[in-house]
Design a protein around this ligand. Structure first.
Ligand SMILES: Cc1ncc(COP(=O)(O)O)c(C=O)c1O
Length: 418
């Protein structure tokens, strides 16, 4: 029996869509208003905002806003028209990718229109049907989507578990040997949900025993990690051993786009084969110029990163001293784990937003185990130590209420969601 496509679409909202009635506009798709920064407006009220990946506070810096505005006035959003391969390449794209590669510490780089699409194509192009991918079980959606396109076989290893990785590498190398292919290991530099780092040192160590290449997604690590903000590879001192590094501009750069860095021949191959770039419009010039300004600021103003880490260290050590469980973060991303069910999690978030004026995001089952609640705090260089102190004291009050069972049961006032 043939059916109308829309019949299923209308009947099954999807894994996230199932919450739309209760969550749309509040927990999901919330509208934060005002200038980007720690103080914004949500649901008509001022909130202390801990939910943006504007790690270095560049989003609203006057020099950045000026560079963005001038570039937009000069070039307009249209320029250049077309994909880079056809008609959308410029000297500025090339200069920016060369400057970026030099900063990262790789000989070549390619700037891409969006991080997500870029990563999908990098995986697709780097691997063919005879190759084998070994990837971390908590890999970002763009890595999973890249693998869906790739013809390579794949094995997953338990998150950051080097014994599990070695076991899968054994299988992968055997299979690749039989097929005459190679092995690609994929990890994130910083895991954006819980803030733990991909164990690049351990992975690199395994290269001594197994023949494979490494690709890292360092969307959250660029700008935040390493002595110069070059990312997680710099943090571990393994830039030379990481074969391909991907960075997105949506976080520390507070912008749009992405970049991939590697050996010149590999970059050249990617440039001529990445379908998401060959068949899509190139990054508009105002974004290229705005990104160049941001890169220059990251290189010349270590104080943004230093202040970020001052805030991060105060927040993370303060929460730990008060007995909060912040998991295994080693990056600015700060998860706070509580015991509780989904009702309690939603009540906690509403109380935080409506009564304490604190906005952070919440993660529940299935992202964290059943019975656990994770509140995710993203400190930035625009936060102050006063913001940190206020937040820790509110978290103490909220935890006391949670422990006393005050958040049990369905949300009482559903009007809060309107
Ligand atoms: C780990 C990771 N990789 C890739 C992306 C996608 O980058 P973009 O937003 O530039 O498409 C994101 C989110 O932005 C991310 O968190």
């Amino acid at each position: 029996m043939i059916r109308d496509i829309f019949e299923r679409i209308k009947a099954t909202p999807g894994p996230l869509g199932q919450y739309q009635g209760k969550a749309d506009g509040y927990f999901m798709f919330p509208r934060l208003e005002g200038e980007i920064g720690p103080e914004m407006v949500f649901n008509g009220k001022k909130v202390l905002n801990w939910s943006l990946n504007n790690y270095l506070g560049l989003a609203n810096l006057p020099e950045v806003r000026k560079a963005d505005a001038e570039a937009a006035a000069k070039y307009g959003l249209a320029a250049p028209m077309g994909a880079r391969m056809m008609s959308g390449n410029t000297d500025l794209h090339i200069k920016f990718e060369n400057d970026f590669a030099e900063f990262i510490g790789k000989p070549a780089g390619l700037v891409m229109n969006f991080g997500y699409q870029g990563m999908i194509s990098i995986i697709d192009v780097l691997t063919s049907r005879n190759d084998v991918i070994v990837y971390d079980s908590e890999a970002h959606a763009c890595i999973l989507d890249g693998m869906r396109l790739s013809m390579a076989k794949r094995y997953t290893y338990r998150h950051n578990d080097m014994a599990s990785l070695e076991k899968q590498l054994n299988h992968a190398c055997k299979l690749a040997d039989e097929q005459g292919g190679g092995v690609l290991v994929i990890t994130e530099g910083v895991y954006g949900m819980a803030g733990d780092l991909g164990h690049l040192d351990g992975i690199v160590e395994l290269k001594k025993k197994y023949p494979f290449r490494i690709l890292i997604d360092d969307a959250h690590g660029f700008g935040t990690m390493g002595a110069h903000g070059r990312g997680t590879a710099e943090h571990y001192g393994v830039t030379d051993e990481i074969d391909v590094i991907f960075d997105a501009f949506a976080k520390s750069m507070a912008s749009i786009g992405g970049v991939v860095n590697s050996e010149p021949e590999v970059i050249q191959h990617l440039k001529f084969n990445m379908r998401s770039q060959i068949y899509a419009k190139s990054l508009p010039l105002p974004l290229v110029v705005g990104n160049m300004k941001r890169l220059e600021l990251i290189k010349t103003h270590p104080e943004y990163r230093e202040h970020l880490w001052e805030v991060v260290n105060a927040l993370q050590s303060g929460l730990k001293e008060e007995g909060f469980d912040i998991g295994r973060t080693e990056s600015p991303v700060t998860p706070v784990f509580f015991q509780g069910d989904v009702n309690e999690a939603t009540n906690v978030v509403v109380d935080l937003r409506e009564n304490y004026g604190i906005f952070c995001s919440m993660v529940v089952y299935p992202v964290v185990p059943k019975g656990q609640i994770m509140l995710r705090i993203i400190p930035t260089a625009s936060h102050t130590l006063d913001h940190v102190a206020r937040t820790i004291s509110v978290f103490k009050e909220v935890k006391a209420k949670l422990d006393a069972g005050l958040y049990k049961g369905e949300m009482k006032d559903m009007n809060l969601f309107k």
